[in-house]
Structure formats: C-alpha cells, structure tokens
Design a protein. Structure first.
Length: 191
C-alpha cells in the first residue's frame, strides 16, 4: 500500500471501476487500481483499515452476507464504521459463499438477489458488483448476476480486468501475504 501511495496510484471505488470498464472513463492522467478484499474477515477492520487510512487509499470488501456478526468476520458495527470513512465500499459475495456450480438456477438467483437485498436493507448499499465465491461459477452464474442488477462480476482468474473479457468474467491480480515487493510491483505496475 505504501508503494501504491508513493507511486501516485488512484484507487477506484466500485462505481468508478464500473465506469472505467463500461465507458472507458479513466481518471485523467492517473494510474489506477481497484483494491478488493474477499469474504469480510475481521482483519479488514483491524489490520487493513488503518493502513488504508494511513495512505488514503480506497478499497472494496466483497462481503459474504450470512457471515456478518460471526466469529472472525466483520460485525455490523465495524461495517458501518468502515463505511463512514468513505475509503471502504462493500459489495456482494453471495449469502453463503457456496460453489455456485453446484446450485440450481433458482438457488443461484437467490444467492445473488438475497445478498444484494441484505446489503441494501442493513447498510443502504446498492451493490453493483458481484464476486463469485472462490471464483467458482458457470454460465448461469453470469445470468443470475445480470438479472439481479449487478453491472460486473469478479472471478479469481489471474490477470487484469478488461471489458473485452466480459463484464461478468472480470479477472483479478491475487496478492498473497508472502508476495515480495518486487513481485507485487511486477503484478500491478503499468507496462
């Protein structure tokens, strides 16, 4: 995060990322990155948030809605405090974090719609981005995401997100905890 800050990267909100992907509206003269965290672990509040505040970087937490207020996960109070910082956005990561490929179309619809509904009802969030659990999805998952009103969906396929890959097949660059700074720079730096 220090490197991103030092090198003047502009961190996107989900709304901005969607504009970049759908309308190619890139902030003028900016190197951009969309920082995402999956699942909604409590350490997003205790560890990540202080670092993001220090460097004034924005990030998105893809939240499993059924895990809110469970052991090791974000609480309602923490989510609301994170929202107030204006640095953290929350988007949908389904209700139960199950392998979507094993579900019927109706069950997939429920995962997409019910998680969106919970974020709206409990936190006033109009989730526009959907993150497939562990990147596991099938063709119907994309239909369910679109029908639920999401504008984009994220996978765990490695690579940079590009509209040409499909708005419901967006790739991401995974940053594991043990990654060296040199590897991080190679993964995210503009060529």
């Amino acid at each position: 995060m220090a490197w991103l800050h030092k090198n003047d990267y502009y961190t996107l909100t989900p709304k901005q990322a969607i504009r970049v992907l759908t309308k190619n509206e890139v902030p003028k003269d900016k190197k951009i990155v969309w920082i995402t965290f999956d699942d909604g672990y409590a350490n997003n509040y205790t560890v990540a948030l202080p670092i993001l505040k220090k460097y004034k970087l924005k990030a998105t937490v893809n939240m499993i809605t059924s895990s809110i207020n469970t052991n090791g996960m974000l609480t309602t109070d923490q989510i609301k405090k994170m929202q107030k910082t204006k640095l953290i956005s929350f988007e949908s990561h389904t209700v139960r974090h199950v392998d979507l490929r094993t579900l019927t179309p109706e069950q997939q619809d429920n995962e997409a719609v019910d998680s969106k509904r919970t974020l709206q009802k409990d936190f006033g969030i109009n989730s526009r981005s959907y993150c497939y659990p562990a990147g596991r999805y099938n063709d119907y998952s994309k239909v369910a995401a679109k029908n639920a009103g999401y504008k984009v969906a994220l996978t765990t396929q490695p690579g940079w997100a590009k509209a040409s890959d499909g708005l419901y097949d967006l790739k991401r660059v995974r940053i594991p905890a043990h990654m060296t700074l040199a590897s991080f720079i190679e993964s995210v730096a503009y060529k």
